[in-house]
Design a binder for this molecule. Structure first.
Ligand SMILES: [Zn+2]
Length: 396
C-alpha cells in the first residue's frame, strides 16, 4: 500500500485512502444498488443509486469508526499512531509499535470488532424502530424488508454488514483482531510474546488456507453454509485467504524483528569509522580513490568536522563520464537538509523503519551535528540473522 493520498484528519490522526479503495467503493455501491433494487422494485434508478451511495459512505464510515477505536485506544496508552488507511480489504491502523502487555493488546484488539458490533446493533435497532411497517398489511414476514422505507432499509442493511464485519474480525487468526485476542491470551498464559505470536500466526495461516480451499470449492460450484456458492464469491474468498496468509507471515516477521531489536540502540550496530570524503574533491577522484578502493557504495561527505551530505554510487551514475573531472562531490551529493539521519541512542528498530520507508541503504548517525557513524541496512539484517531463531528474509 504505497499509493494513495490523505483525505483529512480525525482526532489528530491522518486518514488516508489507498488507490485500491476506489475499486472496493464502486463494488460496494454497485452491490448495494442491486440489493436495493431486489428489495424495492418500486424504487426508481436515481433513488436506488443515490441510496446505494449513501449506504456505501455509511459502510466506509463504519469501517473508519472500527479503525479509530483501535487507534484512539492505542494512543491513549502512549503508542503513536501515524495514520489510518482505507484500502481494498477495509481499513488498517498504522500503529507504530506492538503493545507492551497482553492486557493492553487484548483491549486494543477487541475494541475494533466491539465497535462494529455496537454500530451494527444501534443501526438495526433504529432501522427496526423507525421502519416497522404495518404488519397486518404485509402478506407474509418475508415481505417485511420490501415494505420498509429508504432510511430504515439502509440502516438495516449496513447494520447487518457491521455485525458480519465484527464477527469476521473475531476469527482467531493473527493478524485479524481475533488473532490478536488469541495472541494476548496465549501471551498471558505463556509469558512469551514470541511463542504466542508463532501459535496465533499458525492458526491464522490454517484459517487462511481454509479460506483459499473453501473459495476454490465455491468457485467450482460447492455450496458452503452461510457463504453460499458461485465463481465470483469463491474467488473473492480465496483472494481474502491469500491476503490473510501473507499478512500473517509478514506480521510474524515484524514481531520477530521488533522483538530482536528491542532496546538495542543504533550505536550498537553502527560502523564508527566509515570511509568519508570531502565536498571539494572531483567526481573523478571520488570514483578512483574511494569507490574503487573500498567495498562501500555510500560515502558521508565531511566538511570541517561536520556532516555536509552523503554521496552514493547512484549519484555518480547520473553524471556522464566526460564531466567527472569538472564536477565536485559537492554538486552531486544529497545535502544534509535532505538527509534522513538518526542519533546514536535512537532505537535500531526505528532506524530500520526509516531505511525501509525512505528506501535507502544507509543512514548517517549524527550527534550534535557531528557524524559519529553510519548504520547500514545490511548491518541490521546481519544482527537480525545472528539473534533470531527463525529465518528472516533479506530485506533488500
Ligand atoms: Zn480491527
Amino acid at each position: 500500500m504505497s499509493g494513495g493520498f490523505r483525505i483529512g484528519k480525525i482526532f489528530g490522526i491522518n486518514i488516508r485512502i489507498d488507490w485500491s479503495w476506489f475499486f472496493i467503493f464502486v463494488l460496494v455501491t454497485w452491490n448495494l444498488a442491486i440489493v436495493f433494487g431486489q428489495l424495492h422494485l418500486d424504487w426508481g434508478i436515481l433513488l436506488r443509486w443515490g441510496l446505494a451511495l449513501v449506504g456505501s459512505l455509511l459502510f466506509f464510515g463504519s469501517v473508519l469508526a472500527h479503525e479509530l477505536a483501535h487507534s484512539l485506544y492505542a494512543r491513549s496508552k502512549g503508542v503513536p499512531i501515524r495514520s489510518i488507511t482505507l484500502f481494498l480489504f477495509g481499513g488498517v491502523s498504522n500503529i507504530q509499535r506492538e503493545p507492551e502487555a497482553p492486557g493492553q493488546e487484548f483491549v486494543m484488539a477487541i475494541i475494533g470488532p466491539a465497535t462494529s458490533l455496537l454500530i451494527g446493533i444501534i443501526f438495526l435497532l433504529i432501522g427496526g424502530a423507525i421502519g416497522t411497517p404495518d404488519v397486518g398489511a404485509v402478506p407474509n414476514p418475508g415481505f417485511l424488508l420490501p415494505a420498509l422505507g429508504p432510511i430504515s432499509t439502509i440502516l438495516l442493511v449496513i447494520g447487518s454488514i457491521n455485525i458480519v464485519i465484527g464477527i469476521f474480525n473475531l476469527i482467531p487468526g493473527f493478524p485479524l483482531d481475533g488473532g490478536r485476542v488469541l495472541r494476548s491470551i496465549l501471551w498471558r498464559i505463556t509469558g512469551d510474546v514470541r511463542r504466542a505470536t508463532r501459535w496465533a500466526t499458525w492458526v491464522g495461516q490454517v484459517i487462511a488456507w481454509l479460506f483459499i480451499i473453501g473459495g476454490i470449492a465455491m468457485a467450482f460450484g460447492v455450496r458452503l453454509p452461510i457463504l453460499g456458492t458461485g465463481l465470483i464469491a469463491g474467488l473473492w474468498l480465496a483472494f481474502i485467504g491469500w491476503f490473510l496468509y501473507s499478512a500473517a507471515t509478514q506480521s510474524y516477521q515484524q514481531v520477530v524483528i521488533q522483538d530482536v531489536l528491542e532496546g538495542v540502540p543504533v550505536s550498537r550496530m553502527m560502523r564508527t569509522d566509515p570511509p568519508t570524503v570531502t565536498p571539494d574533491i572531483s567526481v573523478d577522484s571520488l570514483v578512483y580513490e574511494h569507490v574503487m578502493q573500498t567495498d562501500d557504495y555510500a560515502f558521508p561527505v565531511i566538511e570541517e568536522d561536520h556532516l555536509a551530505g552523503i554521496v552514493t554510487l547512484q549519484d555518480v551514475r547520473g553524471i556522464p563520464r566526460e564531466e567527472w573531472s569538472d564536477k565536485t562531490v559537492n554538486e552531486i551529493m544529497t545535502p544534509l537538509p535532505e538527509l534522513v539521519t538518526v542519533t546514536p541512542d535512537q532505537q535500531a528498530a526505528e532506524a530500520l523503519e526509516r531505511l525501509t520507508t525512505r528506501d535507502v541503504r544507509q543512514l548517517p548517525v549524527v550527534d550534535d551535528g557531528h557524524m559519529v557513524g553510519l548504520v547500514r541496512r545490511q548491518d541490521i539484517i546481519k544482527w537480525l540473522q545472528l539473534h533470531s531463531d527463525s529465518d528472516i528474509e533479506k530485506q533488500e
